[in-house]
Design a protein around this ligand. Structure first.
Ligand SMILES: O=C(CO)COP(=O)(O)O
Length: 130
C-alpha cells in the first residue's frame, strides 16, 4: 500500500521543505500526499508532485489534515514548524501535533527527523531491511 504522507511547513521553513522533499522526490511520487495550501503549491510547482492541497494553515489547513489523520487516512506527518515566529493559529498547530500523539502517527517536526522518517518509509517501500 502506498504511504500516505502529510507535508506542512511554516513560511521560513518552506525552502527547507522543498530541499527535503527534493531529496526523496522519486519516492514521494509513489506516495499519496496531502499538504496545507501554500506548502502544497510549492511542492506542485517546484517538484512536480501530485498533492491534495488543503486550506492554508492559518485558514484551517492544519485542522483539515488533523481530521484526516483522526479518520486513519495519514501514515506520517512532516511538519516543519518555525519555533522562532509566533503563529496566529498556534492552537491549530498544537491540535495537529497532539492528534499525531493521540493516534500514534509518526510526526517529524524538523529536517533531521524528516530525513529519518522519509528514508525509513522509502526503505520499507522498496522491501529493504534496516
Ligand atoms: O501554517 C501552516 C502550518 O501551520 C502552513 O500553511 P501553508 O502551507 O498554507 O503556508
Amino acid at each position: 500500500m502506498k504511504a500516505r504522507i502529510a507535508l506542512i511547513a511554516h513560511d521560513k521553513k518552506k525552502d527547507e521543505m522543498i530541499a527535503l522533499a527534493g531529496q526523496y522526490v522519486e519516492f514521494l511520487r509513489g506516495c499519496t500526499l496531502c499538504a496545507t495550501g501554500t506548502t502544497g503549491g510549492r511542492l506542485v510547482n517546484e517538484l512536480g508532485l501530485t498533492v491534495e492541497r488543503k486550506h492554508s494553515g492559518p485558514f484551517g489547513g492544519d485542522l483539515q489534515i488533523g481530521a484526516m489523520l483522526v479518520e486513519g487516512q495519514i501514515d506520517a506527518v512532516i511538519f516543519l514548524r518555525d519555533p522562532m515566529t509566533p503563529q496566529p493559529h498556534e492552537p491549530d498547530i498544537n491540535a495537529l501535533v497532539r492528534a499525531c500523539d493521540v493516534h500514534n502517527v509518526a510526526c517529524a517536526t524538523n529536517p533531521a527527523s524528516g530525513h529519518m522518517l522519509l528514508s525509513h518509509l522509502r526503505e520499507r517501500q522498496t522491501g529493504g531491511v534496516l
